[in-house]
Design a protein around this ligand. Sequence first.
Ligand SMILES: [Zn+2]
Length: 175
Amino acid sequence: MIPAFFKKLLFSRQFFYDKGKFFLMMKVPGIILPMHAFVSFMNQYSKNDKGASKHAYEVGYTQGKNAGQRYLNISSSSFPTFVEFVKGVAEVMGLGKIHSFKKEGEKIYARINPSIFAEIHKEMFGKSKKPVCNYLSGLAAGLFEPFFKYKLDCVETYCKAKGDPECVFVLTKAK
Ligand SMILES: [Zn+2]
């Protein structure tokens, strides 16, 4: 189910086509790309470049940070509302469903299932030895930076691509 906030966005021209271009949330130009194409790019890239995972994380981080900042520019937010925003981003963008989001002391745990990156990776290339959702890890860390006003690290501790039942991300304050 798509959260009410995003339904409002969807129907208030926050996603729109204009002069042959498609714009994602808050006027970011984008494309609709089949997931298999993205996963294939990433897999080939990581074979040829040992820094591929880190790079995917950093790309996600920058995008998350920008999205979090754009959201906070238009809406003051408590932690629970910001979490709803993050869940909504994941769901509306088709990244997966965050079905649990918990803050325990210094750590935040996000559990994603279904998890499209991991599922398609496993379908195309079989079980992975490492977590594959580096882009999502970076995105999660970046999204929360404007909210907490400090840098975060995110580590994926379980990944469906490895055969785990779900993807689990642990966010902590960066050292
Ligand atoms: Zn994963």
